[in-house]
Design a protein around this ligand. Sequence first.
Ligand SMILES: *[C@@H]1O[C@H](CO)[C@@H](O)[C@H](O)[C@H]1NC(C)=O
Ligand SMILES: *[C@@H]1O[C@H](CO)[C@@H](O)[C@H](O)[C@H]1NC(C)=O
Ligand SMILES: *[C@@H]1O[C@H](CO)[C@@H](O)[C@H](O)[C@H]1NC(C)=O
Ligand SMILES: *[C@@H]1O[C@H](CO)[C@@H](O)[C@H](O)[C@H]1NC(C)=O
Length: 348
Amino acid sequence: MEKVVAMFFMLSISLAYLAIGNAQPTFDVGKFGAVGDGKTNDSPVMGKILAPSANARRNSTSLDCWLCFKRVDGLIVDGPGQIDGNGETWWTKVPKNERPTALHFHLCNNLILSGLTHLNSQKNHITIHSCSGVSISNLHIIAPSDSPNTDGIDISLSTQLLISNTFIGTGDDCIAIKGGTSNINITRVTCGPGHGISIGSLGEDGSNQIVEQVYVTGCTFNGSDNGARIKTTPGGTGFARGVSFEGITLIASGNPIVIDQHYCNGRDHHCQDQEKAVAISGVTFSGFQGTSAVVEAINLDCSKQGCRGITINNVNISSSVGQDLRAVCNNAHGTTASTVPVVSCLLS
Ligand SMILES: *[C@@H]1O[C@H](CO)[C@@H](O)[C@H](O)[C@H]1NC(C)=O
Ligand SMILES: *[C@@H]1O[C@H](CO)[C@@H](O)[C@H](O)[C@H]1NC(C)=O
Ligand SMILES: *[C@@H]1O[C@H](CO)[C@@H](O)[C@H](O)[C@H]1NC(C)=O
Ligand SMILES: *[C@@H]1O[C@H](CO)[C@@H](O)[C@H](O)[C@H]1NC(C)=O
């Protein structure tokens, strides 16, 4: 494989002035000293890439991303260094759909992303869209717990991803796994603050979406609003199947284990069943240990069509504030063993 080394910090000065707009400036990295012969390390200078403030942005009708990579195969984006979205200047002033993702990869196969610190993104910190073969490791992704829509890593229409040894503490999902994804491994990720590692929401606006083969192992949820979560919106089709969360440490985690098939963003977060639903099957929660900040530590709220093949075992969750915990289910079919709190609500 021909490797392309991202000339990242060579770009730091010029990108600091990069404004966002319809006519995005293009920088020739060669003019900034990069060699690009596949051998030379073009990133000797450590640095920080700082986004323009919301006031300095150009007005435009669509802006998906601040730093955008499209159709670059074999790209390596390696630290050290910081990517600072300057989000503090955007969050309260600019609506969600006018704020860009800080770092966006579209159609980038065999991508390696490692070692950087990502701060205060305008919206998502990192979006992976339509990529195959992605390795993400040793990142620090940090934004305040009350910063809006600052997902750590969003993944859609992608396959073969490994995310490892990464810290994510933000104001929204630590990792969001959206439609069209398969073969995603997440290991040794610490999440919190944040909304947990979420699959979904799937099926929004009646869409057909699929997610399969997701393995989350050896992760920690520390003070996050949710832990392991699958959320779908009534009226959609498709499936989430072959998902496992194993060997999870909880530190005062909100909603440690949650399936929510009545998820409606922006509409009170709860809506009624419809004739159609995204099908959830083959989901395992195993080896959870630690503390929950909420009473309903296990909450499996399936659609009227039901979730099938739910396995919950070797779970030992106690309360972070001395309460009695419980598990609640709605139309959830599956089996359980060695679990505290006891899950007596699963259907066979
Ligand atoms: C963008 O539009 C707003 C509202 O129309 C205006 O106040 C602002 O000055 C414009 N910003 C730039 C950089 O042109
Ligand atoms: C994910 O883990 C499974 C099981 O260990 C392995 O077969 C698969 O190749 C891994 N996939 C990636 C993308 O790391
Ligand atoms: C959990 O988060 C708190 C607050 O951010 C932090 O002080 C603590 O060190 C974290 N614990 C672990 C084990 O990461
Ligand atoms: C559950 O965890 C608590 C606190 O960590 C521990 O004291 C207890 O022995 C564990 N119970 C089981 C059955 O493992």
